[in-house]
Design a protein around this ligand. Structure first.
Ligand SMILES: [Zn+2]
Length: 233
């Protein structure tokens, strides 16, 4: 599994990438989309010499590892005049646009049409991540399992991809086994405290205070209101 050469590294990333998933190698100014088993499409390129050179290098690399790259419809983007925030916004919009087209692996229903708010967070254990220093660190691996409304297939998603697709609102509410948590923003916290709006306010740690189950990282260290989930018989 150890990725040693740029070729190995690229192969590993591309094999793991979902269909219609985006690959944006760091610092190159290029965005590729996976369009098939061994094919990619260059969808966007920044207008600068770094990206132009990288495009040539990447096309050689892709050929070497047996992947086809379609470069017939490349959108050239000029980001020189944009502020870092504007660049970030534009990137997020592009990623969200792409995510809207991800299909169910079985029946091609768009994942965007799934009942995303019913996604179930699942802890898959720890894995070693290599740091730039060469050391390794244990990181938790989580997936969010969503279910196809048409063919019932369960699709595990990377939390980042899930967030892209489901939007920020889906990340605010978390359903544990028996308790539903809703994270509060700073103004909401102030309103709740000043007006004594609730007795159901807690600060989360690593585990659910009620069931003891492990909470996903984005739910930890937050001020939340909780309510019990009605049992459905
Ligand atoms: Zn399906």
């Amino acid at each position: 599994m150890e990725a040693t050469t740029p070729e190995d590294n690229a192969k590993l990333i591309l094999d793991r990438l979902r269909l219609n998933g985006l690959w944006e190698p760091a610092g190159l100014g290029l965005s590729y989309m996976k369009t098939g088993d061994r094919s990619l499409k260059l969808v966007q390129q920044e207008k600068n010499p770094t990206a132009s050179q990288a495009r040539i290098r990447m096309s050689i690399l892709m050929k070497d590892i047996g992947w086809k790259v379609d470069e017939s419809e490349v959108e050239m983007v000029d980001i020189e005049h944009l502020s870092p925030q504007e660049r970030h916004m534009q990137e997020m919009m592009k990623r969200q646009e792409v995510a809207q087209n991800w299909p169910c692996p079985e029946c091609v229903t768009p994942l965007a049409a799934f009942p995303l708010e019913e996604g179930v967070w699942k802890f898959e254990g720890e894995e070693d991540m290599e740091l730039p220093t060469g050391d390794t660190e244990k990181v938790e691996r989580w997936v969010v399992v969503i279910k196809c409304p048409v063919c019932d297939t369960s699709v595990p998603m990377e939390p980042y991809d899930y967030g892209l697709l489901a939007g920020d609102d889906a990340m605010v509410v978390y359903r544990a086994n028996t308790i539903s948590y809703t994270a509060l923003s700073r103004p909401e916290i102030i309103d709740f405290i000043d007006n004594k709006l609730t007795d159901s306010l807690v600060i989360t740690g690593t585990f659910c205070a009620f069931s003891g189950e492990l909470l996903p990282p984005h739910v930890r260290g937050a001020v939340v209101v909780f309510s019990s989930i009605e049992e459905e018989e």
